[in-house]
Design a protein around this ligand. Structure first.
Ligand code: NAP
Ligand code: MG
Length: 406
């Protein structure tokens, strides 16, 4: 049987620990037996980032910008502990932060739904996708501890002269704290554009929320940029597709989401998106049942799993103990990447393969064969069986062969 050919290059970024172990199993057992792929491989293993002075991360991001589509395994973001564990030259930056910055992207996270794991919120019937602005706000803040009474001021000095703008933040009578955050119109415009693009592509309603009643200038700017972008570039297309754009206060959105059916995109500022995406993931059963894609306004897409390297399971693996780690998010990262390649290359057979692999993976879980994280949250059934990492992937592989070859 001839393998299905993926025409253009996929940029592959390998990672660390248990995620790396699953990554190889998924490639060897589910992809390579059926696909012939042009892969440009970058090894982001922590030791290789260290050996290349993190050059490999920048090279991988550049390759992604050249080829348009990439898929990334979870990687260690080094802290002091990791630096001693791996004898690192320094605390290299998070590869995700480096790549996000180079791509200026928005992160979309969407749960993977299976019939036998019900969301904690009973009204949710369809997935809720979070679109998180991955730029600025508290993630690149400047903050200060104040020890004595005194005046804190906000000061802006225009480049090349002109009068400064000054405002009092607070006249401190005693110790306290202050924080400065920022964002740029350009990044907010990109964020808005990518979100409208995503909602239209997926044909789902789109909510954006912030706290513009309290933060009238900062959050108000987000609201106004989204509104302008919608009216100027998307309203016609949204009307035609039968989908809607809706702005509301974040507390109102939080209340409404609990009563909604799902099946929508909820875009949020950086911090709000950080918090809400973990809430949606956990309400959907497991961190391993969450897909994640970084989409840049220039048209590049990077697919990944939303979870980390699953360190605890990796240590068990190293001690030759059995692991039951869930590879679903890793499989879905590859699915997203294959579908994107298929759409860009006009190769529907590649997209069809992705659909079959998705069905094989979902139906394996729905048949009761699952990893430990799911067993504890799945609907009770005598068919439920906890299997180890490799057995789970083998079960999907068998299912896949059956669907492909009968
Ligand atoms: P984590 O790897 O996501 O794991 C946290 C816990 O969640 C695990 O101990 C496990 O719980 C559960 N879990 C996560 N993924 C799972 C899976 N696929 N199957 C089953 N259970 C799963 O987060 P972490 O332990 O905080 O971080 C470990 C390393 O990952 C860190 O070095 C961090 O820098 C890195 N990280 C990387 C990324 C990324 O590259 N995208 C994201 C986050 C973290 P139980 O132990 O209860 O089974
Ligand atoms: Mg978070």
């Amino acid at each position: 049987m001839d393998k299905i050919r993926v025409r253009s290059t996929i940029v592959e970024m390998d990672g660390d620990e248990m995620a790396r172990i699953m990554w190889k199993l998924v490639k060897d057992k589910l992809l390579l037996p059926h696909l012939s792929m042009n892969i440009e491989y970058y090894d982001l293993h922590i030791k290789n980032r260290d050996a290349t002075n993190d050059r490999v991360t920048v090279d991988a991001a550049r390759a992604l910008m050249r080829h348009g589509v990439g898929v990334k395994c979870a990687t260690i973001t080094p802290n002091q502990e990791r630096a001693s564990e791996y004898n690192l030259k320094k605390l290299w930056r998070s590869p995700n932060a480096t790549i996000r910055e180079m791509l200026d992207g928005t992160v979309f996270r969407k749960p993977i739904l299976v019939k036998n794991v019900l969301p904690s919120v009973s009204t949710w019937k369809k997935p809720i996708t979070i679109g998180r602005h991955a730029h600025g706000d508290v993630y690149s803040n400047v903050e200060m501890r104040i020890d004595t009474p005194g005046k804190a001021e906000l000061l802006f000095t225009p480049e090349g002269g002109g009068s400064t703008i000054k405002q009092t933040i607070e006249e401190f009578k005693g110790p306290g704290i202050i924080q400065g955050i920022h964002n740029s119109d350009e990044s907010i415009e990109n964020f808005a554009r990518v979100c409208f693009m995503y909602a239209l592509d997926q044909k789902i309603d789109f909510w954006f929320s912030s706290k513009d009643t309290i933060s009238q200038i900062y959050d108000g700017r987000f609201r106004d940029i989204f509104e302008k972008e919608y009216i100027e570039n998307w309203k016609g297309k949204f009307d035609q597709a039968g989908i809607s754009y809706f702005y509301t206060l974040i507390d109102d959105a939080a209340a409404r989401i609990m009563k909604s059916e799902g099946g929508l995109l909820w875009a949020l500022k950086n911090y709000d998106g950080d918090v809400m995406s973990d809430m949606i993931a956990s309400a959907s059963g497991s961190l391993a049942m969450m897909t994640s894609v970084l989409i840049s306004p220039h048209g590049y897409s990077e697919y990944e799993a939303a979870h980390g390297t699953v360190q605890k399971h990796y240590y068990k693996y190293l001690r030759s103990e059995e692991t039951s780690t869930n590879p679903m998010a890793i499989i879905f990262a590859w699915l997203g990447c294959l579908r994107k390649r298929a759409a860009m290359d006009a190769t529907p057979e590649v997209g069809a393969f992705a659909d079959i692999l998705e069905t094989a993976a979902i139906s394996t879980v729905e048949s009761g064969v699952m990893t430990g994280d799911l067993l504890s949250v799945a609907k009770r059934s005598p068919k439920n069986r906890k299997v180890n990492t490799e057995t789970f992937i083998d079960a999907i592989a068998k299912n896949l062969r059956k669907k492909l070859f009968g």
